[in-house]
Design a binder for this molecule. Sequence first.
Ligand code: PGD
Length: 800
Amino acid sequence: MTRFDVRMGLTRRELLQGVAAAGLTASVPGLARAGSSDIKRILTNSHWGAFEATVKGGRITDVTPFSADPVPSPMVYNFPELVHDRTRVAQPMVREGWLKSRERSNGMERGREPFVPVDWDTALGLVADEQQRVRELYGAEGIFAGSYGWGSAGRLHYASILTNRFFAKGGGYVDSVGNYSYGAGMMLLPHVLGSNQAIGGPVTSWSVIEAHTNLVVLFGGAAFKNGQISWGGTGAHTTEPAMRAARAAGVEFIAVNPVQEEDARAIDAEWLRIRPNTDTALMLALAQELVATGRADEAFLDRYTVGWPQVRAYLAGANDGVPKTPEWAAAITEIDAGRIRALAGQMADSRTMIMTSWSLQRADHGEQTWWATILLASVLGQIGLPGGGFGFSYTSTNGIGSPVTRHAIPVAARGRNPLRRSIPVARIADMLLSPGETFQFNGEDRTYPEIHYVHWAGGNPFHHHQDLARLTRAWAVPDTIVVHEPWWTPTARRADIVLPATTTLERNDIGASHRDRWLIAMKQVIDPVGQARNDFDIYADLAERQGFRSEFTEDRDEMGWLRHLWEKGRERLALDDVALPDFDTFWEAGAVELPVGDAGYVFLADYRGDPEGFSLRTPSGRIELFSETIAGFGYDCCPGHPAWLEPRAWLGARDGAQLHLISSHPKWRLHSQMDNAPLAKAAKINGREPIMINPEDAAARGIAAGDIVEVFNERGRMLAGANVTDHVRPGVVVVYEGAWVDHDRDLGFDRHGNPNMVIEDQGTSRLGQGCAAQTCLVSLRRFGTDAPAVTIYDPPAIVG
Ligand code: PGD
């Protein structure tokens, strides 16, 4: 089978040709002929971009990207197949064993037993009765509804927020805090900078970078691929054009990365092939080299930071006897000491912007990489100058550095949870497995509750969580698990009750994100597929059965809510001097373009100009290179200043021929969304998720391109398809996250290639407790010829 190379900017024709070349069986509808009378074209929006859907005979036959989008994502072309795919959940379903007897059903059978179709009335009755039973017996503490996940674009039908709202109005629930994207960083930054602005923006504008920056040092991705998506909707893609424009204007890029990404090549980035999880050591050595060569900006450090004396002593090796020299870092990072010295000089001689990606804090001690970034930028002393300093999100999602407005159209309010109890989001399995156990989190001691009922909508924990075999054991613990999903994802298959949800194309909504200049009326394109219903309506009916419909809906229907959210947004945007039309005018027009915000924005320029007047919201009012607060927590896994802490698994301490597994974000789907669509399927190798392997590592194991390989360690095993390439350094393999796991517990492995089968389920540190997926060692071998077929795109067994 030919591998289809998925590139940006692909036309639909090229896409279809590629799909055909890959020998896929997925149905590819023909292009709709314009001018035919029964054809409708309706504008809508999605995380991947806005597009016009062509509808014929009640089916979506084609899509045309939004005309104002300079670089549409090819992923929008997936929609016709995706929406009508055979993996849609046709009607409400109940796991057979649970339906027969909840008390006697075995939680380990979740994902193995067949489902029984039921009508909506029966399904909602079962769910409402079960919620009431658990609430009466165990209180709000027995219910987990911290349902995490990206869900879909739109301001109203955002599934996890509606979930929180339903349970808040219904008496309370155990919630989750933080996210899998930058959970460690978002806990750290308030201590160091006083806010999370460095993540969400505004950050220094790309136009400023283009005009003033000489050198961008990218720690982590140089990824246009991640810029394909934005939470809430994407009218115009800005990341790729901005990076290309900066390059064309003469900005030099250096990519510090174990992988040479295609996007980094597109901007001629020099590749520094670092060992995974060692960037902190490199940053510390760069800082130490600047000190040693008299190039540290002592005046900046003195005026704008606290804790520099402690950190300078640490860099010099005063406490541990280990000066953090280039030679020291070279032994850890495998980047030549001479190159480290030269890079320090280059950074000091240039107007330098440091861009560190979200993925680098998604690792053991991930907090340190972001703190060390701030340290290095402080030593360079360019923070607050045009084109200098640092940022964390430029290459992690669309729209960062392309300012729009401060305010946005709001989402439906979550409501106040009367039970003020939550866990860090990535500690879900610990919570289910260890009720009553105490854990530390950002200076607090917390206790895991005893959960009897789990309700999930808009997320896919059986893709996003680490150590999926452990999650399977944890998932067996609650009495009941209810999932709303459009598709038979791995999580839907592991529910007791599955409620089929509509997709964005089957309902009305408003597409808007504060990182995008387009507000788009997402008008319903087709009728709901099968018996799918909107999450909002599902919750409204569940609330009705329990006597709080009016509190949940505030007596508004779908269009009433959209009108309400629009009017609230209109009031807020007026504060930014933006005059929006009334709702009816907007709905009729289909799209409204917001004026571009402050394109000359420089992050922390106000602080640099007047550090007292614009003091930071840290205890000292300054950038905290040493934090008394963090030091006071007494965590050895996160001391009071940025430090090199050896990761629990890394190439510097590997066992024999182990390889470091990186599982970053794919360019052909969003997390697990669209894994069941043509583009992702076309990228598979021998039907498996691709694994990038360096030729040296492949040869040492007798692996050739296209082979099915087995990736394994003490936690689990999975198959993948070999992509032998020089674009990954020796010792490292890459499997993108998000393939629908096809874990056969009898065979003992995942047939498909979800990296979370083998990744450890441990927090980044006791401070952040974030997802640490990028810390993982694995072994690799050729699997042989008779690999079992992937079955995950077949719906599960349905009886009765
Ligand atoms: P998605 O695939 O987006 O992944 O994890 P997340 O769970 O967010 O899942 C969203 C689900 O919502 C899909 O199943 C989709 O079908 C469903 N859905 C969409 N729209 C609707 C709707 O309207 N209603 C309902 N009810 N459902 C809907 C993402 C998470 O994965 C994140 S954010 C990150 S950053 C992490 N990254 C990594 C990583 O880098 N490496 C590894 N190994 N693992 C990761 N996991 C994390």
